[in-house]
Structures are given as structure tokens and as C-alpha cells.
Design a protein around this ligand. Structure first.
Ligand code: GCU
Length: 425
């Protein structure tokens, strides 16, 4: 059954979203991209609270027990793909057990997490805890773009690895990335948070041609040469790696594993959203510009669409997802299901006012559509009918922040992120 859960939001005069300025339509990868709000479409969304019998669930325990598994399976099998459980062979080698860093402001730890007996698949994790005070700290886990050595100015950090697209192999990490530096680290330490970082391509190369070097290959079944159509794409694989980091953090006596926040930007914003939906140990999620394939609605014909995603990044999603490109209106789910799966845990969607490719308004509408799930748990979400202007964040359990500017984070986002964590952890 479908219901127009969004009617009030969609009837809001579009003038309320004046910060989205229309521009001429364009195209990417030969596929048109619309930037005219009036052409973004009207649509009904499936209701995550309505069961297979057409009746809405009215209480949280019943929804959790009966409906959530169905909502989860729908998104998992159609979009991101099933992931394997924690590997039995996994080991944690804490090769740096606590070294003073940054002039004594922090204690650094480094851990090699190995997934398989052969030692072929591993990730390097670096953790900074605020020095002094003792006790267990809440932790912000950044699934990052670069080797740990490049993410911080700390000569004690082991040189990480990076994927080389030309040589089709991993090599020592030397290439910086503008998204990559942990500029927020001093603020995190001041505010009492530990920070953990690893490079996402340690799990799975971000390259369709890199499959032979990624974790997904290790789990191929039934003589297959690629995952089954409902099995993990790279985004789910990166998120699986995040879960393995949480497995380690649960064993670290300096970390409060009940207060794990995960943070990722762009494709890694997509990865943190799906990780939070899948792994209920995640207490708080900061999804930066997750856009299409993340928090933005697939149905909205604005900016990047599923057709662009599967054409340009065929390795990101379960193979089934490609079958929905161009048929989004028929799909049994949309991104508000992913957000609803995170309820009642905290999640903040951060967007940028000029980042039209990521459709910031589409993220807002999805969050509004997921809000009834948060209400079911007695939590607030997006209570406003029109998109808040930039610089006016919604700080409820399901929150929304649009900065003035483009793709990525800006320095002003960080105080908001830490306020959000302080409030909800
Ligand atoms: C591309 C892609 C986006 C993605 C972004 C990124 O722009 O189209 O979906 O979020 O890359 O990860 O940087």
C-alpha cells in the first residue's frame, strides 16, 4: 500500500526553498540531469509504518519486531546488498598501545585489524584519545579517504596504503585528498571525544576493476565471479569494515562503545547511513552530503539519479539496484526507509546550499518522510514543513543541517556536529 505521507511537505510553496536556485538542465555520463525544481516531480512514497496487510503499526515494539525486518530486507536486497557476519578469523593487533601525541594533548593507539587467516585482507586504524581524565571516551569514527599517515600531522603514524587505479594495486599512501585531513581533531579532543580513522579502500578498492583486491572476493560463493545480485556492493563493504572497527572498539578500555558516532563524506556519507541502518551499535551518525544513493530520494528527478550512479559507479551497490534505475516510482522503498531504520538513534544529515548534484532538498524531504518512524519511538525528527535555510540546523534525533556552500563539510559544520553529539549521546 502506498500513501502520500509527504503531502504537507510537497504542498509547501517552493519559494520556501529559495536557496535552491534553478539552473539550466545539464547531463552527466550522457544522462540528463535536471536542476529545475518544477520538473523534479510529484510522487507517492511507500509508508515504512504500513505492514504487508495494509495496516499501520502504531507502537514501536511491534514495528521493531514485525515491520523493521521487512523494511531492512527491502533496502538491503534492492540497494546496498547483504553482508557476511563478523569473520571468525579476525584478529586485532594493537601495535601502538598508547603513545603521547600532539605535544601531550592526545594518546595515540594504532591497530591492525586482519580479516582472514592468510593475512591478505586488513585495515589500519589510528585512534586519538584526549590525554588525562582517564575513563572511557565517546568516539567519533571517520571512514576516511586517505592513509592514516596523510590524515594527521603525526610522524608516529604508520604509513597506510592507497589504491592505484593505473597499476591496479595498492601502494604506500602518498596522495593527499582535500576531503581527507582530520581538521576537526583538535576540537574533538577539546570536547572530550576520541577520534578513530581508517582509509576506506583498505576494505575494498573504489574501482570496479579492483574487485580482485577487495574483501568481497573473499566471500564469493557457489563458484561465482561476482557477488549475487542481492549481495554487497562496495558501499556495503565499506560499511562492513566500519562494523569491524566497532568490533575492535568494543574491546578498547579507553572507549565508551555505547557512544560510537560514525562520520563519512559523500560516497562515504552513503556508507555511514547504511552502516547505521544495519548495525545498531552505532549510536550517532553524521552523514555529510550523502546525496543520491544516500539520503536523497531516488524518486526525485533532481541532480544525480540512480541511473547516473549505476552507470558511473557500477561497483557501489548490489547488482539489483541497477534494475530500479528509471523505475524509481515503482520501487517498494526509498531513502526514507534507510533513515527510518536508524530510528530512534541519532542521525544528522548535512548538506550544502549550492551542492545541487546531491539534491539537499531531496535529503530534507526524505528526512521528513522518515520522521513518523522517529515519532513512533517518542523522538522528534523534522517537524517543519519547509526546508530550513542554511545555518539554521534542526537538532532533533533526526536532524538536518545545510551550510552555505558546496559539497563536503565547512569549518562551521563542526561545532554543530559536536553539539549534536553532546545532545544525543
Ligand atoms: C560523485 C557521485 C556522488 C558521490 C561523490 C563522492 O559526485 O556522483 O554520488 O557522492 O562522487 O563520493 O565524492
Amino acid at each position: 500500500m502506498r500513501v502520500s505521507v509527504l503531502l504537507p511537505a510537497l504542498l509547501t510553496p517552493l519559494a520556501a526553498t529559495a536557496q535552491i536556485i534553478d539552473s539550466p538542465d545539464g547531463e552527466t555520463a550522457g544522462i540528463p540531469a535536471n536542476y529545475t525544481e518544477a520538473k523534479a516531480g510529484w510522487f507517492d512514497l511507500p509508508d515504512p509504518l504500513v505492514g504487508a496487510d495494509g495496516k499501520p503499526f502504531a507502537d514501536a515494539p511491534a514495528w521493531r519486531e514485525k515491520q523493521r525486518p521487512m523494511v531492512f530486507e527491502t533496502v538491503e536486497t534492492n540497494q546496498y546488498g547483504r553482508v557476511p557476519p563478523r569473520p571468525a578469523a579476525m584478529t586485532f593487533d594493537v601495535f601502538d598501545k598508547g603513545t603521547p601525541a600532539f605535544g601531550g594533548k592526545a594518546i595515540r593507539k594504532q591497530v591492525k585489524i586482519t580479516f582472514d587467516e592468510a593475512g591478505e585482507h586488513f585495515l589500519d586504524l589510528v585512534i586519538y584519545q584526549p590525554a588525562g581524565g582517564g575513563g572511557k571516551r565517546p568516539v567519533l569514527v571517520n571512514i576516511g579517504w586517505i592513509g592514516n599517515n596523510l590524515a594527521v600531522d603525526d610522524p608516529g603514524v604508520k604509513t597506510g596504503r592507497q589504491w592505484n587505479k593505473d597499476k591496479l594495486g595498492r601502494e604506500a599512501a602518498t596522495a593527499p585528498n582535500p576531503f581527507g585531513k582530520l581538521n576537526f581533531l583538535p576540537m574533538a579532543l577539546e570536547r572530550g571525544y576520541a577520534v578513530a580513522h581508517f582509509n576506506y579502500t583498505d576494505i575494498e578498492p573504489d574501482d570496479p576493476a579492483g574487485f580482485a583486491h577487495g574483501i568481497r572476493k573473499l566471500y564469493l560463493k557457489d563458484g561465482r565471479t561476482a557477488p549475487a545480485p542481492d549481495e554487497w556492493g562496495a558501499i556495503a563493504a565499506w560499511g562492513w569494515g566500519l562494523s569491524r572497527v566497532i568490533d575492535y572498539l568494543e574491546t578498547d578500555d579507553g572507549i565508551d562503545a555505547a557512544k560510537v558516532t560514525i562520520f563519512g563524506v559523500s560516497r562515504l556519507g552513503k556508507a555511514v547511513l547504511w552502516t547505521a541502518a544495519r548495525d545498531e551499535r552505532v549510536a550517532c551518525t553524521l552523514a555529510s552530503v550523502s546525496g543520491s544513493g544516500g539520503a536523497s530520494l531516488n524518486r526525485r528527478r533532481y541532480g544525480e539519479r540512480p541511473a547516473h550512479l549505476v552507470a558511473r559507479f557500477p561497483h557501489w551497490f548490489a547488482a539489483n539496484f541497477a534494475g530500479w534505475a528509471g523505475r524509481e516510482d515503482e520501487a517498494p522503498w526509498d531513502s526514507h526507509f534507510t533513515l527510518g531504520l536508524i530510528a530512534p538513534r541519532a542521525v544528522l544529515l548535512q548538506t550544502g546550499s549550492t551542492d545541487k548534484w546531491s539534491d539537499p532538498y531531496g535529503e530534507f524531504v526524505a528526512a521528513r518522510a522518515a520522521t513518523p518512524v522517529f515519532h513512533l519511538f517518542g523522538q522528534k525528527g523534522i517537524e517543519e514543513y519547509s526546508q530550513p535555510p542554511h545555518g539554521k540546523p534542526v537538532m532533533n534525533r533526526l536532524g538536518y543541517l545545510m551550510h552555505e556552500g558546496g559539497h563536503g563539510t565547512v569549518p562551521d559544520d563542526w561545532p554543530v556536529f559536536f553539539d549534536f553529539m553532546d545532545r544525543h549521546l
